[in-house]
Design a protein around this ligand. Structure first.
Ligand SMILES: C[S@@+](CC[C@H](N)C(=O)[O-])C[C@H]1O[C@@H](n2cnc3c(N)ncnc32)[C@H](O)[C@@H]1O
Length: 510
């Protein structure tokens, strides 16, 4: 492995147009940059390209678009199936500078195959389970950096002027990514390295030859320096232990406010600040006259006294607990799935309702699910079939969602035999019963019914089951008055394969 840090030109960020220029003017442009006096650094690795992609590459059309509307949505959600290098270029063309918050949880450069057990309901990642994605790189960390570099450049072009990007990684790549992000976004735009506890220090981790690697890093950069994030600064409330008579332990009672408080030494507060806090009733003086700052407790709805604190960079509190400590219903059986609490904190801090959130490494769809729940517009991109299929079903379990799914490469496979019959009962009434039968039913991992409308498949019903061993064989579907059976299409998923089948030819209708 060979990595080195070299100075770059005076603090300038490279934009897409820089790279276009580099492609046009060739090596001279790059040499000029190397030769100029610098206050910035760049990471050099074998295989690093200075024009890491050709933005003019024509992008293929999507082969299929679906639309799922459930309830009365307050925001739009878009799921894109495709390689994010191409899809990010498309988004940069379609809607540059439009995303307030990007969260990505890319492969970490681990060298592992990750699996999904969502069709079996098992948490074991057996080698027979379908592959979610491969985190394997030719050329190790250098190959990984060559993969991340062009994507970070594109992500930068999508951020609004007050937008922010969170990049989730672990000890393997965090140092390299921080330097690379410093180059792409500007070292002055580095905001935080958040340490998120992904596991308790138990078992193999605790017994290893170094300290347990139980934290992951989330690198936070903004598009521009200094501005506060758009949403609510995260806070945590912790219940306070009580004495036997039911008073918060070690606390004092403030008669004027009618509530309990803790105290802390004045620390680096200036005399002016102490005077101001005194007028606000926030100074406690001990019997000897020593000054302490008062921190008031709050009474929660259940009557308990709680302490509210602003969150710092160490995230190991109960709101962001790893998935294994979260309700079972949240577990999609997707290796590397992150907890919704983590994304709730990030999205609520970085955005307000109506903003757009992007996750270009969608996985099981945690980011766009949470964003949709919080009333944010959301875009998720993933190259994997399992990701799209799990996320589609996960989003359909929400009460209010307006979801568009753009499928880049249709995985329909003529070589996979499919023997299915479909029957309709009550097709002429408003609500009809659809039943699927046949040899292939046992292998069906999901199915749905809808109709074609100007190139979009409008979904009427989709099996929402994520963790059962089999999908339901029947569905109750409300057909719009204008839809005839000839317009209906059945969508069937068989693990990796997706079929879109016109239903009328062999359908039995009564
Ligand atoms: C660590 S997982 C994301 C997990 C996600 N945060 C969650 O909560 O489920 C990384 C994801 O990146 C996807 N991925 C890897 N390379 C990609 C690429 N070039 N384009 C789009 N997605 C990619 C993988 O398919 C995988 O689903």
């Amino acid at each position: 492995m060979f990595l080195s840090l070299v100075p770059d030109s005076a603090g300038e960020r490279r934009s897409l147009s820089d790279y276009r220029a580099a492609a046009v003017y060739g090596i001279g442009f790059i040499i000029n940059r190397f030769m100029s006096i610098s206050d910035n650094s760049r990471l050099i690795w074998p295989g690093r390209k200075d024009a890491p992609f050709t933005p003019e590459t024509p992008l293929p059309d999507f082969c299929r678009r679906e639309h799922h509307q459930i309830g009365r949505p307050t925001a739009l959600t878009r799921l894109i199936h495709g390689d994010n290098l191409g899809e990010l270029q498309r988004l940069v063309r379609e809607q540059p500078k439009s995303v307030a918050c990007i969260y990505i949880d890319p492969p970490f450069g681990i060298g592992t195959v990750f699996r999904t057990s969502h069709t079996t309901g098992s948490r074991d990642t057996k080698t027979s389970d379908p592959i979610a994605y491969r985190d394997q790189w030719s050329g190790g960390i250098e190959g990984y950096l060559s993969f991340m570099h062009p994507r970070l450049l594109l992500l930068r072009e999508l951020l609004t002027s007050d937008g922010v990007i969170f990049v989730h990684c672990d000890w393997r790549a965090s140092a390299h990514l921080r330097i690379l992000m410093g180059e792409v976004f500007g070292p002055e735009n580095f905001r935080n390295e958040i340490l998120w506890r992904r596991a308790p220090n138990l078992g193999k981790q605790a017994a290893s030859n170094q300290l347990g690697r139980t934290f992951e890093s989330i690198l936070l950069f903004s598009r521009n320096p200094g501005k506060p994030l758009r949403g609510q600064h995260p806070e945590i409330t912790t219940p306070y232990p009580l004495t036997r008579v039911g008073h918060p332990k070690g606390c004092f009672f403030d008669e004027q406010r009618g509530c309990w408080y803790t105290t802390a030494p004045r620390g680096d507060y200036t005399d002016d600040s102490i005077a101001r806090l005194d007028t606000e009733g926030r100074i406690h003086r001990s019997a000897t006259g020593t000054v302490y700052i008062k921190y008031f407790l709050e009474q929660a709805a259940d009557g308990c006294w709680v302490k509210r604190q602003r969150v710092d960079t160490l995230w190991d509190d109960s709101a962001v607990r790893p998935l294994r400590h979260r309700p079972k219903a949240e577990d999609m059986g997707y290796d590397t799935q992150k907890p919704e609490g983590l994304l709730e904190r990030i999205i609520s801090w970085a955005t307000v309702p109506g903003d757009t959130v992007l996750d270009a490494f969608n996985g099981s769809g945690t980011t766009i699910t949470v964003a949709s729940k919080l009333g944010r517009n959301a875009i998720g991109i993933d190259v994997g079939n399992a990701s799209i299929s799990i996320t589609r079903r996960r989003l359909r379990e929400l009460a209010n969602v307006d979801l568009t799914v753009d499928v880049m490469s249709d995985t329909s496979n003529q070589d996979v035999p499919l023997e299915l019959n479909i029957t309709f009962q009550g097709i002429h009434s408003e609500e009809c019963q659809v039943a699927l039968s046949g040899m292939s039913l046992a292998s069906v991992t999901a199915w749905g019914i809808g109709y074609e409308n100007n190139g979009t498949w409008e979904c009427l019903w989709y099996s929402g089951i994520l963790r059962s061993t089999s999908v339901p064989a029947t569905a109750s579907v409300v057909l719009p008055a204008t839809i005839t059976p000839e317009q209906l299409t059945l969508h069937v998923e068989l693990q990796e394969h997706h079929f879109a089948i016109p239903v009328t030819k062999d359908a039995k209708i009564s």
